[in-house]
Ligand binder design. Structure first.
Ligand code: CTP
Ligand code: CA
Length: 226
């Protein structure tokens, strides 16, 4: 019923959504990751589909079910996520980059389980590519939406990311706030526009927050190209 009552303002739009954490393998049994569960990205994919979009969801490891009618591609590491997003990006009208991509990965993968030994162990990490920034440099018509997970100076940091990654919108998230951020069903976000407009939203369900972000996306997709 919810689907029937939803206005189809994203009909005919192709939307690429990334969600979830990445797993960066150290050996066959261990990996580096973060607290993301995928809830915000999956909510965006689901609501975009309800509004009529053709949605491709590129998901890191997550226990969530694929939203109905959404094409889901599962990946594991940041490098895999980058490859799949690169393939799908040219045919996309908008990218919603909600994934919590690991900034680093183990510098080498041990083919066998690393054995214990010694009092201390040092793991060397190497930098992962900034997927969003690399896709922005390939942008033709795509509307680019980033997410910023912050614990302090949220606005300043998010604004810097919007500039650095050449985004149209950034959704800033205080991941330390109560009932907001990782693994919960609610979120308190602030939408920051390229124009400088700042829209703090109240604490909402992730589905409602996703809808608000999609409202802004519709406006940007409908705006004439400049
Ligand atoms: N992102 C990405 N590739 C990465 C890291 C982040 O595409 N290797 C994307 C995220 O999906 C998000 C945005 O960039 O949409 C901001 O991610 P965030 O982790 O908040 O910012 P970083 O630029 O990684 O900066 P930092 O972690 O130092 O705050
Ligand atoms: Ca990061």
């Amino acid at each position: 019923l919810a689907t029937l009552l939803t206005p189809k303002d994203l009909q005919g739009r192709r939307i690429l959504v990334s969600a979830g954490p990445t797993h960066e393998d150290l050996d066959p049994v261990r990996f580096l990751t973060n607290r993301s569960t995928g809830k915000m990205g999956y909510a965006l994919a689901q609501m975009a589909r309800r509004r009529g979009a053709d949605v491709c969801l590129v998901s890191g490891p997550s226990s969530l079910a694929a939203p109905l009618g959404v094409e889901r591609l599962m990946v594991r590491s940041a490098l895999e996520m980058q490859q799949v997003l690169l393939e799908r990006f040219p045919e996309t009208d908008a990218l919603l980059m909600a994934a919590a991509v690991s900034d680093y990965r183990p510098a080498s993968f041990a083919g066998q389980k690393i054995k214990r030994g010694g009092d201390e162990m040092i793991v060397r990490l190497t930098h992962n590519p900034d997927i969003l920034q690399s896709l922005s440099s390939l942008k033709t018509r795509q509307v680019m939406v980033g997410f910023a997970a912050e614990t302090e100076d949220i606005y300043t940091h998010a604004r810097q990311k919007l500039e650095r990654k050449h985004l149209d919108l950034i959704v800033a998230n205080d991941v330390k706030a109560l009932n907001s951020g990782f693994a919960v069903d609610t979120n308190q976000v602030t939408i920051i526009h390229r124009s400088g407009q700042v829209e703090p939203l109240p604490l909402l369900s992730k589905a409602a927050a996703a809808d608000r972000v999609l409202d802004r996306l519709v406006a940007l997709l409908d705006a004439p190209l400049v």
